[in-house]
Write a protein that binds this ligand. Structure first.
Ligand code: ADP
Ligand code: MG
Ligand code: ZN
Length: 615
């Protein structure tokens, strides 16, 4: 990989030059005062010279005695401590012989002088930082050396799986880069700016690199956040530099990651906003300035295209937008195939069923899954990866690493077992909920216990009953603790938070409350908190809060009703958990089947019937 360095901005060089000159001047003054050092002689020699009348002048320095002979030669010597001060006859003797006597006050030592210089220098640096902070609203990180990565990429389209539509869309650009002449003779305008939009880990960076690899052109990359971190004006000059670097190549791809960092619609701080604006303008200028002969394609990636400045999306700029979404089941299978190529697999492994069991996983998650599975297999001394390794890896990726070292007291274990059993039984009994996958009371990540459900198929939308069952399941933990252990603990804090968020989304975004299909925007910043900016009146705000509470409480009541009827099942599951700590789907089904009171599952509590006409 080649690395080209960004030239530092002019401002930086001026600053450096000033500092060097200042240091030089300071050093000159320090060393000038020292001058040439006279020869040292023994004190006795000095006394003999004085006796013999060969001395013309004596200068008593704080740490030495300098003297000059009649012939003009200069020497220095060290007097015994206190000798001159306590020896009046010595002094009168000198004057009697007509010797000139000077006494110099102690001067600040060299160490002191260096200290003062260092302080001064530090002061300048600090003042500079403060100034910059005032100018740009942030302190630049000085230790950072900025580089643009420039590489000849070995990655090709074969390494990117499960995003076929996106690949199709960009393949046209690759053809253009391979053979620009073909396109220019026809006269068509090839899009020069491509925006890859998608959640993290879906392979946007990978796709951009594979474009360069396929076309066989250099890949020059930078991150949007690099452009806005520094002094005012620096971002713009970096953008200029980036494009200048790029123009040196016959053809190439410029990749800008996190485009939203530069292209944000409006910033918080008005001054840093200005800096961002300059950077953004420079980017637009550079992109508008492409000539027919520049075979440069700019690829950018973002997961927040909703906040991008519209100017970026105009024709001639990032006018080709490519969605890179999370893969579906077929896509996941293909991605698994790509990543298991370098791993030796047991023949029994069925990648299709692994793909089915990993809904919602991104490409990066799947790559991680395969890697974890290989590590698990290696740790247990096997030569190839088995299905059990992949299962264990999936649980690890989904639920976090087991923390066997966490010592729970017996009471905490019991609390945890009932809490999770509460979640699980509610989940098992609600018809609209996802099937249970596993319940454990082995601490993982930050959770002490986990109840895990896995959807049977990929879900892209959620029905209202599904979300309502989610609320009830979240409440199940707290309810079980209350009913069985007569206690309320902090263990449900996260459940409560998630339930409240979910209910808020139902009311404010999904139109699933009597307030109707409206979007109620929440205040997004300190300055937006007045009710007009937050999009609704105080009266409405109160009703929104009421509805959120109603939804959560309805979930709570549902959970309570189920658990009260199914005490036997909850107790049986909790006992099993206390004994074996981890219960999988099959065992779970057995336990619940044996213990469930044979009654028809209760219907969801009355959904809104009153009030829906009120708005
Ligand atoms: P993004 O830039 O969208 O956040 P990356 O391109 O950085 O995602 O993906 C991180 C890693 O995940 C890649 O290096 C690759 O190993 C894996 N990966 C992600 N998506 C895919 C995919 N579609 N096909 C193959 N591997 C993928
Ligand atoms: Mg990326
Ligand atoms: Zn819980």
């Amino acid at each position: 990989m080649l690395r080209g360095t960004f030239r530092r901005p002019r401002l930086f060089w001026i600053g450096t030059a000033v500092a060097v000159v200042a240091l030089g001047i300071a050093a000159f003054f320090v060393f000038r005062s020292t001058g040439t050092v006279p020869t040292s002689v023994a004190f006795s020699e000095f006394l003999i010279d004085v006796e013999a009348g060969r001395v013309r002048a004596v200068t008593v320095e704080p740490d030495a005695v300098l003297f000059e002979r009649l012939d003009g030669t200069k020497f220095q010597t060290i007097a015994p401590p206190g000798y001159i001060a306590s020896n009046a006859t010595f002094v009168t003797g000198l004057t009697a012989r007509g010797v000139r006597l000077d006494v110099n006050q102690p001067k600040p030592s060299n160490a002191g002088r260096y200290g003062a210089i260092a302080m001064g220098f530090l002061f300048f640096v600090m003042a500079g930082l403060v100034l910059m902070r005032m100018m740009t609203g942030r302190v630049p990180s000085l230790e950072r050396t900025r580089t643009v990565d420039l590489e000849q990429v070995p990655v090709t389209f074969a390494d990117v799986a499960g995003v076929d539509e996106a690949k199709d869309e960009v393949s046209e650009i690759v053809d253009f880069l391979k053979d620009p002449a073909r396109f220019s003779t026809i006269g068509g305008r090839i899009p020069r700016g491509i925006l890859l939009i998608g959640p993290p880990g879906t392979g946007k960076t990978l796709l951009a690199r594979s474009m360069a690899g396929e076309a066989g052109v250099p890949f020059i990359s930078a991150s949007g956040s690099d452009f806005v971190e520094m002094y005012a004006g620096v971002g713009a000059s970096r953008v200029r530099r980036l494009f200048k670097d790029a123009r040196r190549h016959k053809s190439c791809i410029i990749f800008i990651d996190e485009l939203d960092a530069v292209g944000r619609n409006r910033g918080g701080n008005s001054l840093s906003h200005e800096e961002r604006e300059q950077t953004l303008n420079q980017l637009l200028v550079e992109m508008d300035g492409f000539s027919q002969s520049d075979n440069i394609v700019v690829v950018a990636a973002t997961n927040r295209h909703d906040i991008l400045d519209p100017a970026l999306l105009r024709p001639g700029r990032f006018d080709r937008q490519v969605m890179v979404g999370n893969p579906d089941i077929r896509g996941r299978e293909q991605i698994l195939r790509v990543h298991t190529k370098k791993v030796s697999l047991e023949p029994e492994i069925d990648l299709r069923s692994i793909a089915r069991g990993t809904p919602g996983f991104s490409g990066a998650d799947l790559a991680n899954l395969v890697n974890e599975a290989a590590l698990i297999a290696a740790r247990s001394g096997r030569q190839s990866v088995a299905t059990t390794d992949l299962d264990a890896a999936r649980d690890k990726v989904l639920m976090g690493v087991e923390r066997k070292s966490v010592a729970m007291s017996e009471h905490e274990r019991i609390t945890c077992a009932y809490h999770e059993a509460g979640h699980a039984v509610v989940a098992a009994l609600l018809p609209d909920a996802d099937p249970l996958h596993k319940v454990t009371i082995i601490p993982r990540g930050r959770a002490l216990g986990v109840t895990m459900q896995l959807p049977e198929a990929d879900r892209y939308t959620h029905s209202k009953p599904y979300i309502e069952s989610q609320l009830a399941i979240l409440m199940g933990g707290r309810v079980a603790e209350e009913l069985f252990l007569r206690q309320v603990t902090s263990g449900a804090a996260n459940d409560i938070e998630r339930a409240t968020d979910l209910a808020r989304r139902m009311v404010c975004e999904l139109g699933m409350s009597p307030l109707g299909p409206l979007h109620f925007r929440r205040p997004s910043g300190a300055f937006d908190s007045d009710s007009r900016a937050s999009g609704f009146s105080e009266e409405t705000a109160r009703r929104v809060d009421d509805e959120i509470r109603t939804l959560v409480m309805r979930g709570y009541e549902t959970a309570r009703m189920i658990i009260e009827r199914q005490r036997g099942a909850v107790r049986a599951l909790a006992d099993e958990l206390l004994e074996v700590e981890s219960v999988d789907a099959d065992r779970l089904r057995q336990i619940l089947a044996a213990a469930l009171t044979q009654s028809t599952p209760p219907p969801m509590l009355a959904t809104e019937s009153a009030g829906s006409a009120a708005l």
